[in-house]
Design a protein around this ligand. Structure first.
Ligand SMILES: NC(=O)c1ccc[n+]([C@@H]2O[C@H](COP(=O)([O-])OP(=O)(O)OC[C@H]3O[C@@H](n4cnc5c(N)ncnc54)[C@H](O)[C@@H]3O)[C@@H](O)[C@H]2O)c1
Length: 246
């Protein structure tokens, strides 16, 4: 079988659950060595064991720059290189803006935006030296359109969309491609905070009439990770069942 990531080394943050987990599974199938970076300890180790020798779990809180730096440096030491960084860890509280305190606001920005900054910063110093590299950031369709009760989340994801453009421009000369994937409503544990009726409503407002699957987003990430997208950088690939086409 032809595998598309044979021998490639990929870090996936938030790789223990949902979109990150589906991408870890797909990357392993495609021949990559995958470092799953997350803060979900027992499950992370279980997942890496299940995925086999080419999967490793490394506890990493993306809001801690030193941990992200170590994750990347240790990966390069162990494998001799890093090829793909998937900055995917994210949190998405749904709440009234008027009820949100500073800590709640800051937490969303720290995970969703600062985490992408730290990953990018420490990966590009290695990619520049190597003369190649791919970064994929998980933004959201809410980086392009607004939605009530998601002020911090929508702001963080719009930040990721434009951080993606800025860093794509900055590092293109080193043959580093930086793109974002922007999921719509996808059935993952992130959705567990919603009532069943609300989830049904999200399916109904999606033109394709259903929620997306994590595996469908993972396939878009795979496209952005491989040479199939070799002339694509600075873009946002929207995977939303048509939601933002309205
Ligand atoms: N599910 C959706 O509908 C949807 C839509 C658009 C965008 N997204 C984005 O997709 C990404 C993945 O979300 P998901 O839906 O798979 O949710 P999920 O909750 O299943 O996965 C998120 C993962 O991130 C990890 N994580 C959280 N904080 C972390 C931290 N500080 N450091 C490291 N890891 C951390 C969690 O432990 C979890 O494994 C997020 O960035 C999310 O904003 C999801």
């Amino acid at each position: 079988m032809l595998v598309r990531l044979d021998g490639q080394v990929a870090i996936i943050t938030g790789g223990v659950s949902g979109i990150g987990e589906a991408t870890a599974r797909l990357f392993i199938e495609e021949g990559a060595n995958v470092i799953i970076a997350d803060v979900n300890n027992p499950k992370g180790e279980e997942l890496a064991n299940e995925l086999g020798d080419r999967a490793t779990y490394v506890y990493t809180d993306v809001t801690e720059e030193e941990e992200v730096k170590q994750l990347i440096n240790q990966t390069v030491e162990k494998f001799g290189k890093l090829d793909i960084l998937f900055n995917n860890a994210g949190v998405g509280p749904v709440m009234d803006t008027a009820e949100m305190n500073d800590d709640q606001w800051n937490r969303v920005i720290e995970v969703n935006l600062n985490g992408v900054f730290y990953g990018t910063k420490h990966a590009v110093s290695h990619f520049r030296e190597k003369g190649s590299g791919v970064i994929i950031n998980t933004a959201s369709m809410l980086g392009h359109v607004g939605q009530s009760q998601t002020a911090a989340y929508s702001a963080s994801k719009a930040g990721v969309v434009n951080l993606t453009r800025a860093t794509a421009l900055e590092y293109a000369k080193y043959n580093v491609r930086v793109n974002a994937v922007c999921p719509g409503y996808v059935k993952t544990p992130l959705m567990e905070q919603l009532e069943e009726g609300d989830i049904e409503e999200l399916a109904q407002v999606t033109p394709l009439g259903r929620l997306g699957k994590a595996e469908e987003v993972a396939k878009a990430v795979l496209f952005l990770a491989t040479d199939d997208s070799s002339f694509i950088t600075g873009t946002s690939l929207i995977v939303d069942g048509g939601y933002t086409a309205k």
